[in-house]
Write a protein that binds this ligand. Structure first.
Ligand SMILES: NC(=O)C1=CN([C@@H]2O[C@H](COP(=O)(O)OP(=O)(O)OC[C@H]3O[C@@H](n4cnc5c(N)ncnc54)[C@H](O)[C@@H]3O)[C@@H](O)[C@H]2O)C=CC1
Ligand SMILES: O=C(CO)COP(=O)(O)O
Length: 336
């Protein structure tokens, strides 16, 4: 048995399939639309998501999940987090007894607050030794263009993390390994929220001081949250935390930043949703993260203000979460 499948032919799924193929592997890419499969197989392009990018011949697209998953060792999942469960329900009966499932997603499930690796283990009914996650500063289009970057692969199984990292690398993507699954996943989920705040600040017309202070306080806020949930601090200071925070907050290609900018420009949440053609996971994660934070007693002033802007309780120009403190005489969390 051998083989690698990527499920989800959007921005990241297609780019990740390219990384795997450029690393010397044959990859089956499971997509939903027949015309997309045809374009990928015949013209080696996915113009809807990666305009101007030539895809390697080693990627074969199919709309048939059975063809993609059967007898496959590694199944990489790159669909919107809210559709992870339904996709997995279709995948589960097709999985071989030893296949590993690797999440490329950066969201939590709204209805349960679960991380994607938890949803995978539950729905696919597989042990944590067959589940991995991969996350880092990975703006898809830049990687598809061959611009160099790195990613963190995490699994409770060192062996699986190493195997996935060896597969998921090529001349422009270096993979590092970790066993901090919680930190690697929450890094990706939480940086999206800070990127929305930076987008709001940008849309309003605030300059670099505002954005730098929100990013810095944002890193402290999401690190405290992630640590309370069991993440290692080092992970949050590394590629999957600070690295991804910087990439997402600074890139105009980021969908979360873009969604925030539209909010800052005065569009309502409903308008922003209808304008976004692609997945901005942060918009769907805000409520779940605040719920978990409240259960854990972790203060999240930035995320709270994003929620207030999203539901119209706060005007974007009032966004100044880094100024919010319960006790102005004793601001917590700063040494300077
Ligand atoms: N685009 C990027 O730069 C990166 C994205 N990610 C993460 O990867 C995941 C996927 O993101 P993208 O590929 O960028 O999203 P996208 O919006 O570009 O594509 C999503 C894909 O999932 C498919 N899909 C399957 N089932 C679906 C359903 N029930 N509803 C809607 N779509 C469904 C769509 O057809 C589409 O091909 C997200 O969790 C995102 O945070 C992670 C790293 C980088
Ligand atoms: O996760 C990403 C970069 O690492 C992509 O960010 P967006 O989903 O905001 O585009």
């Amino acid at each position: 048995m051998s083989g690698i499948a990527v499920v989800g032919g959007g921005n990241w799924g297609t780019t990740f399939a390219k990384v795997l193929a450029d690393g010397g592997h044959d990859v089956t890419l499971a997509v939903r639309r027949a015309e997309m499969a045809e374009e990928i197989n015949d013209a080696h392009r996915n113009t809807a998501y990666l305009p101007g990018i030539n895809l390697p011949d080693r990627i074969r697209a199919t709309t048939d999940l059975r063809e993609a998953i059967t007898d496959t060792d590694y199944v990489f999942l790159s669909v919107p987090a809210q559709s992870c469960r339904e996709n997995l329900e279709e995948i589960r009966p097709l999985l071989s007894d030893s296949a590993a499932v690797i999440s490329l997603m950066k969201g939590v499930e709204r209805s349960t607050g679960k991380r994607m690796s938890e949803v995978i283990a539950e729905v696919a009914a597989i042990g944590s030794d067959r589940v991995a996650v991969a996350s880092g500063p990975n703006i898809a289009l830049e990687i598809a263009q061959g611009q160099p970057t790195a990613i963190l692969v995490a699994s409770e199984s060192d062996d699986l993390a190493m195997r996935v990292a060896r597969i998921a690398r090529c001349s422009y993507l270096r993979s590092f390994v970790s066993n901090d699954v919680i930190g690697t996943e929450f890094g990706g989920v939480l940086k999206n929220l800070i990127a929305i705040a930076i987008g709001i600040a940008d849309g309003v017309g605030f300059g670099e001081n505002t954005k730098a202070s929100i990013m810095t306080r944002g890193l402290a806020e999401i690190t405290e949250f992630a640590e309370a949930l069991g993440a290692h601090r080092d992970t949050m200071m590394g590629l999957a935390g600070m690295g991804d925070l910087i990439a997402t907050c600074m890139s105009p290609l980021s969908r979360n930043f873009t969604a925030g900018r539209l909010l800052g420009q005065g569009y309502s949440y409903v308008d922003v949703n209808s304008r976004m053609q692609q997945t901005a996971e942060g918009l769907r994660s805000v409520d779940s993260i605040l719920e978990i934070a409240s259960e854990e007693g972790v203060p999240m002033p930035i995320v709270q203000q994003i929620a207030a802007v999203l539901d119209g309780r706060m005007h974007p120009t009032e966004l100044a979460p880094h100024l919010a403190t319960d006790d102005d005489e004793n601001p917590k969390g700063e040494t300077a």
